[in-house]
Design a protein around this ligand. Sequence first.
Ligand SMILES: Cc1cc2nc3c(=O)[nH]c(=O)nc-3n(C[C@H](O)[C@H](O)[C@H](O)COP(=O)(O)OP(=O)(O)OC[C@H]3O[C@@H](n4cnc5c(N)ncnc54)[C@H](O)[C@@H]3O)c2cc1C
Length: 384
Amino acid sequence: MAYLPFYFPATTPPKVVIVGGGYAGMAALVTFFRHCPSAEVTLIDPRSDHFKITHLHERFRDPTTRIKIPFEVLARRFGFRHVCATVDFDGETLRQWQIDRHLTIDGQRLPFDYLLLATGNKIDKISSSDRVVDLDLLSGEAFHTVIGRLSALEDGRVPITVVGGGPTGIQFLFEIAHWLAVGKKPNPLRLIEASDNVLTQFRPGLGKYVRSNMASLGVEFLPNTLFQGQEGEDLRVETKQSGGQTRLTSGLTFCFVGKQSSLALGTNPLGQVVVGRTLLSHIFAAGDCSSYRSFGSNSKTAQSAVRKGKLCARNILRHSSRLKLLEPYLHQDLGYVLSLGPRDAIGWIGLQANVVGGAPAVAVKELVEAQHELLLAGIDTYLI
Ligand SMILES: Cc1cc2nc3c(=O)[nH]c(=O)nc-3n(C[C@H](O)[C@H](O)[C@H](O)COP(=O)(O)OP(=O)(O)OC[C@H]3O[C@@H](n4cnc5c(N)ncnc54)[C@H](O)[C@@H]3O)c2cc1C
């Protein structure tokens, strides 16, 4: 059992229920196992696997990429129980659970000393036509259907469209470009973006690098353009300034129009949920579904989710002990790197102004992904 400062275990280990087994939930599970293997931990998640969504784009390189790890395997490794269910809640429910110290799922009563909510962000379902592909389709078994549809585009002149020039859209754009190049498919590729540039949330250097690589690959860029819908190969778009509608031809349209802002649970700097003005001392939140009132980063990234998940687990253990001295969340983003196909990447490290691209960025991206793999193997290399 690894040493945790300011944690003096009580005689009875805590009963913990974690809702959501993504990046934050898994980081918490590993932390409990490390510092208090006797804690009675239950994970509730409607999926049967932990889903490594940061690898999703790699399925274009290798459809057999392992992006899922069964909770059954992880449960044996880290000594928790998995309940396959969805938990619905609002502020009132949380207040009640704080009093009752149990929740009931499908008639099953689950008592807890502490509850950790790590439900992430909902993936929007956009696809209304079989020519439109969204994250939901790419995430599941239907991925093979998507590859089938791409392969079936026999007319090499029919363009393929990617909607959304944020990090997700850009990562997929370059993977699709690579897939087309490997398969010697001449279909033109275009990117549609609502704002006037790509990656607008980052320093301009990142957007500039990506635009120059897009130009080298011959990707057409349509800025200030809004996706309206698609019927058959008819893609409807609207020009933002004029409101004018245009029809374009698109054999297949990949839509990455951002995340749905699901419920953001406000917490204090220690990770405890605050509903209205009420502090719920036994309910914590971590990951994309949480918003901490602290100096730490609330970015919706895997690195913040992991740091919040680990912090919540440490603070739950400390709260369950006699001292109750908890640690505030202070994590700052250490960087962000996005891949531009198998051999290139772009991002920043340390400071936003410190832009890295090419092989060093690919190495950093692989290192970050390897850290998560190691965590899932029970080796915690996240020093900060
Ligand atoms: C395509 C894509 C690529 C990305 N790439 C990167 C990247 O390269 N680097 C990076 O830092 N970030 C990346 N991100 C963001 C990153 O994936 C998220 O910030 C991270 O997954 C958040 O972790 P989380 O634990 O909060 O949520 P998630 O990892 O989304 O996990 C949430 C879990 O909760 C479960 N759940 C949801 N609702 C309920 C419910 N009601 N009841 C029970 N369980 C529920 C879900 O099944 C899921 O298992 C990417 C996101 C996407 C969509």
